[in-house]
Design a protein around this ligand. Structure first.
Ligand code: NAP
Length: 173
């Protein structure tokens, strides 16, 4: 089965590319597939104790500095620059109405809609307050699904969690 080939010439919309799984997915899409474009939905980072504010373009640059892109860099600057150009950063937040997408990003997506959605953004703090977790992981995912549907996209990959089995009752196998 040629998994990589399924992406030939296709535009992909990826969420969660600043996270552990998403960075790996983005690298594979760039290095190992001929996907024509990757819309990377990233949330801008406001200034906080952790550091200064960062735009989505700055956050994407930070992702590209990750060691998982070493084999891309080893292709040489010209080819690495060409791979990076395939990525279009889109500012968005799972918790915002309509994902908080700007009018211009929506117009860009409508003009050249993604063929495939890969939804990897999630809040993986499993001790989070239930309503907050639902807002991000359930309502946020529905919003990404709605976007895919509104753009006529029929291929949706949802990276879900391993941790779905409830704790066993004590003393039971
Ligand atoms: N890691 C594993 O070994 C593993 C194994 C099996 C399944 N999974 C599943 O894979 C998915 C991703 O996990 P991960 O390990 O990559 O988590 P992670 O490293 O915490 O990354 C989470 C990603 O989601 C983004 N995100 C969180 N809240 C968001 C919001 N409100 N709006 C937009 N983006 C938001 C984060 O963006 P910021 O950078 O802005 O926070 C980050 O890009 C989860 O569903 C997880 O259950 C992971």
């Amino acid at each position: 089965m040629d998994v990589g080939g399924a992406y030939d010439g296709k535009a992909v919309f990826l969420t969660g590319c600043t996270g552990f799984v998403g960075i790996g997915v983005l690298e594979k899409l760039l290095f190992a597939t001929k996907a024509s474009k990757v819309y990377a939905m990233i949330r801008p980072r406001p200034a906080s104790k952790k550091g200064p504010a960062m735009s989505v373009a700055q956050r994407l640059d930070q992702v590209f500095r990750d060691c998982r892109f070493d084999r891309c860099r080893e292709l040489g600057e010209a080819r690495w620059a060409k791979l990076r150009k395939r990525v279009v950063p889109v500012a968005g937040d799972l918790c915002d109405e309509g994902l908080g997408l700007s009018k211009s990003d929506r117009a860009t997506l409508r003009a050249a809609p993604p063929d495939i959605f890969v939804h990897s953004a999630a809040d993986v703090r499993f001790d989070r307050e239930f309503n907050e977790a639902v807002k991000i992981n359930v309502r946020g995912s529905v919003q990404v699904l709605d976007l895919a549907q509104s753009l006529g996209c029929t291929t949706f990959v949802h990276v879900s969690t391993l941790y779905v089995t409830p704790a066993r009752a004590r003393g039971r196998a």
